[in-house]
Design a binder for this molecule. Structure first.
Ligand code: ATP
Length: 360
């Protein structure tokens, strides 16, 4: 074989490897009686990608995870792992690890034994009594910063530590895909941050694709490479966290993915006239509503020519504050600011562009 042909084959092979998704969902449908829990969901996951599925309670997130894991059979559609169609395979033959909400550790096994239990086949059976000495177990415990807990029982560790152990056990079976179902919901805010950071770093280090299901927008935006917003059984928007936050496809998603100020307005030549003045948008002419984020609204001393009003309430969070301003035109607008807390009379100015949603 000539060198040129060999090179071409190697390039072909490399591009096949890099373009085959880790997971493909193709038109998945699942109903329970009259409840349509999942309605034709299709999405790809790149190798090593972390996808967050974000949606309100009851929108079908857990059902979708269970379909991927093989714990439910779809009414229609396919699940592919790499190029393999696994739709008809039982859960234990999919190389997919599911980390449930509460971690669900075995209470009678130590931390190291819990992790060793995730090891495949014989390694698990022969490994339990000397679990803490196993290289794979120690590596996972190290990666998740819980090496010093190896000999403790689950009842002797905190909720955040238990979540790390649950992930280590899931990763021990060398899965192609990890599914995390609301993994941080039982943790308090400060613990959530550190567990989230470690879990993300560990998945990155091991290059495993993962899906995390959550109803917490901050969690989804801060954790994932891409966010899929789910509503009533459908994925209604997929994008990077930045895209989904800055350009939500409708005002409902805007209000779900963070705080939003949504105002009626008329769009003419890329500019919406609203009670907050003129706001630049990328949209066609017509009536509808314009959305800006509260942090885009500057609160200034009273300034002629700018919309003005009275501060009605200030909610202080430490790093920033919400300022509720009743405009002279009657609307109540919430701006998010940092620095000195304003009182009395103020003017408002929108910084940057907004999103425009034409009236239906
Ligand atoms: P949450 O965030 O509250 O866990 P979710 O987005 O994960 O909600 P699912 O648990 O997937 O939502 O439920 C989607 C819909 O399907 C809901 O209306 C739920 O009541 C229904 N459902 C889920 N599992 C079953 C089941 N086994 N039998 C009947 N209905 C079900």
């Amino acid at each position: 074989m000539g060198l040129g042909l060999l090179e071409a084959r190697v390039n072909d092979a490399v591009s096949t490897i890099s373009t085959t998704p880790a997971l493909t969902l193709d038109g998945l449908v699942k109903s329970f009686g009259n409840t349509k829990a999942v309605r034709s969901v299709s999405i790809d996951l790149a190798p090593g990608e972390l996808l967050a599925i974000l949606g309100p309670s009851g929108c079908g997130k857990s059902t979708l995870l269970r379909l991927i894991a093989g714990l439910e059979r779809p009414d229609a559609g396919r699940v592919l792992l790499g190029e393999r169609d696994v739709t008809g395979r039982p859960a234990h033959r999919r190389r997919i690890a599911l980390v449930p909400q509460e971690g669900a550790l075995f209470p009678h096994l130590t931390v190291a034994q819990n992790v060793a239990f995730g090891l495949p086949g014989a390694a698990r059976l022969f490994g339990l009594h000397r679990a803490g000495e196993r290289r794979e177990v120690r590596r996972l415990l190290d990666l998740l910063h819980i090496a010093d807990l190896a000999d403790r029982m689950p009842a002797e560790i905190s909720g955040g530590q238990a979540q790390r152990v649950a992930l280590a056990r899931a990763l021990a079976c060398d899965p192609e895909l990890v599914l995390l179902d609301e993994p941080f919901s039982a943790l308090d805010a400060s613990l959530r941050h550190s567990v989230r950071t470690d879990i993300r770093a560990t998945l990155r280090e091991l290059g495993v694709a993962a899906i995390v299901v959550t109803h917490d927008q901050e969690e989804a935006l801060s954790l994932a490479d891409r966010v899929a917003v789910m509503q009533a059984g459908r994925i209604v928007q997929v994008g990077t966290p930045d895209e989904v936050y800055r350009s939500p496809v409708d005002s409902g998603i805007a209000e779900f993915v963070g705080h939003a100020v949504v105002l009626p307005g008329l769009c003419v030549a890329g500019c919406v006239s609203s009670c907050l003045g003129d706001i630049a948008v990328d949209a066609l002419d017509g009536a509808g509503s314009v959305m800006v984020r509260p942090e885009q609204i500057l609160v200034l001393p009273p300034t002629p020519g700018l919309p003005s009003g009275q501060v009605e309430q200030v909610t202080f969070f430490g790093h920033d504050a919400d300022v509720h301003v009743r405009l002279d035109s009657g609307e109540l607008v919430v701006a998010r600011i940092q620095g000195d807390l304003p009182r009395g009379r103020v003017s408002l100015q929108v910084r940057g562009s907004g999103c425009f949603y034409p009236a239906a």
